[in-house]
Design a protein around this ligand. Sequence first.
Ligand SMILES: [Zn+2]
Ligand SMILES: [Zn+2]
Length: 247
Amino acid sequence: MQIETDTHTHTISSGHAYSSLAENVTAAKAAGLKLMAMTDHAPSMPGAPHIWHFGNLKVVPRIIDGVGVLRGVEANICNLNGEIDVPDKFVEQLDLVIGSLHEPIFAPSDEKTNTQALINAIKGGQVDVIGHPGNPNYPIDIDAVVKAATKHHVLIELNNSSFLGSRRGSHKNCLAIAEAARDYDTWITLGSDSHIAYTVGKFAECTDVIEQVKFPLERLVSTHAGKLLDFLAERGKTSMGEYYKLR
Ligand SMILES: [Zn+2]
Ligand SMILES: [Zn+2]
């Protein structure tokens, strides 16, 4: 399966990741990617950069060595209202915002609470992608989350590192999420969640799931850079034009 995008990568700025942006771009190119989102952890995560990291992303070239670099963040969903730890004036400058539940910020709760937080984040409008929703530490009502994502045109992430030990026990949940997304017209994106360059653009476990559930490839944005750009443009992102020449 051809994959052209990776919507979830960390650099050394995240504090517990080990590669530079330049190293990630080199790896992305080697993996055949056309687009890679740089999504370091937002400020409330221990070790994460100051908010100025995100305000200064304008210095990063849009295209480096033939690879489009989307300016992104992995924001923390902080509470039941689905609020994130990135102020709107920064969100407006970013190309891609992942919203994720992380243990140090949002204590794992019951299914009803976790589901409500995710649905409110989806409704809130700032978040373009729900990150690693298969985390077994956060049981969710999968159908409800996936349906909300469809309604509000938000991407659901299949996170390759979840299958490789980051979040043990994710596999069963990710299969169920992919099946629900298949059945409820939801769009999916693949994220490597790389914390080191060697895993950028590597999606063997994700593509196994996509094939296993026969997910319709037309709703997998990752197969063509243009699909991801179109999706983000439909969500109101205004800087996509600079990347279209990659198609
Ligand atoms: Zn991380
Ligand atoms: Zn995460």
